[in-house]
Design a protein around this ligand. Sequence first.
Ligand SMILES: [Zn+2]
Length: 368
Amino acid sequence: MLSAAPFFAETYSAARERFRALAQCLQWQTEAVPIAARGPAGEELSIDVAGNFDSNASACLVVSSGLHGVEAFFGSALQCAVMQQWIDHPDAAPGLRCVFLHALNPYGFAWLRRADAANIDLNRNFLLEHEAYRGSPPGYAELDRFLNPQWPPHHWDAFMLQAATRIARVGLPALKNAIAGGQFEFSRGLFYGGAAASQTKVILEQHFNRWLGASRSVMHIDLHSGLGKWGSHKLLCDYPLTELQRQRLADWFGADAFESNVARDGQGVAYATRGGFGQWCIASQRERDYLFAYAEFGAYNILRTIAGLRAENQAHFWGKPNHPGTLRAKARLKELLCPASPDWRRSVLEQGIALVTKAAAAVARAAA
Ligand SMILES: [Zn+2]
């Protein structure tokens, strides 16, 4: 049975070191691109990239973690577990180009936040050329006061009660739409898309093409945690799928394994996201045969998770930096997005390794 414990790091720095050490064992090249912010202990922060950049393979597997900062406690663990698998079983290592992007939001990872140093939710920041960093979905302004209280945290908080009332009035889909669609007006609020391209977006604009090299067929899995059923996972696409893309996802992962949130509305996970990382990858890599999916690994109930995001955001902006209440809110958010339960951890790693292995084999076959 897989032992998950060694792969889950306690801090951003420990995760980064492990990731780089495993890459070296695989004889991959590594690069660290620093960002202009520091961690809570004054440590340097970087986006780290590892891969066999000398490969001329036309098939390429991209696995990225930590677009949502603190979710990298899970994403980094899975990347490390996959790398360990390929170290232990060299025959299973795929004959393709691999690009592993570690901690796309290192600030959020280090500070136990979902957003980056400018409070940007990076999965709302990757706007396309014709899109403006402006606006918010109908109903968001009303939600802002409720989601983003502008005072220090108190012991007693009526959030769950208010949430229940609000949901009874507007319905969960409407609330989800307003929240998940992102907003570009409340710079200290949740799901803020930013006023301009984030540091992460600028870094990817500079380097991503070089990391992909000459590859023609790319399968990109972007790792997330927190939404969905406890210990299970789902693939999500936020761009209009072509028939070929839809067919491939179904053939490679199973017809029930993925959802596209573009063409549907009202029910389930249907919402229109602006500034999604996947949309940007697809739009900026048109000369390659590019397939992108978010792999979302479920944990706690969505209302609890939103309550945890809200409490951490409130503590981060309005609480005192090292106050026990602030640290507690951050630790709780980490638990919500990367539960300490050994069963959860083992289950998500086993599923994740199987998913990445399947993706690697499939894209290698497709490019052959
Ligand atoms: Zn996420």
